[in-house]
Design a protein around this ligand. Sequence first.
Ligand code: AMP
Length: 156
Amino acid sequence: MKPFTDKQGHKDYTIIIGCGRLGANLANTLSDEGGDVLIIDKEKDSFRKLSSSFGGLTITGDATDFDVLQEAQIEKASVLVAVTNNDNTNIMAAQIAREMYQINRVIARLYDMDRACVYQELRINTICPAILSAKEIDKILTETSTANDLCEVTEL
Ligand code: AMP
């Protein structure tokens, strides 16, 4: 994922909420590619998942606390990714980013499939691990079945 630059050459400022495996991975990747990244987690220890070359900023705090979002200068963000392990936190952060700060690119991870569909209808980008995994398993099974068919044809 390349950092996005607008016509004036301004780089994206990305806020990531939740420094678990997914959040840390994303933060490391964006930082390695020269992106301007800030990551928030309520547990200081979580930042140990960041690589030694991580060049972004970190804030220890609860992302449902408005002061924490303000400390992160959410008003300057062009992208917000909410990937804590709590659907309510991710929804709340996504809604604040979208509705109060008009951040266009907002993505929330939601474990609850039904809520993921509802929020997508409300124009909040959601990713749902269960849906993504099901699609990927289906794809692998389809490809495997095709590959086996091809093998059989080749052997004939
Ligand atoms: P994982 O389940 O590995 O994706 O990790 C989720 C991360 O989200 C953990 O590091 C949690 O400490 C963090 N987290 C959970 N709730 C909040 C919150 N309200 N504010 C900030 N970070 C949070």
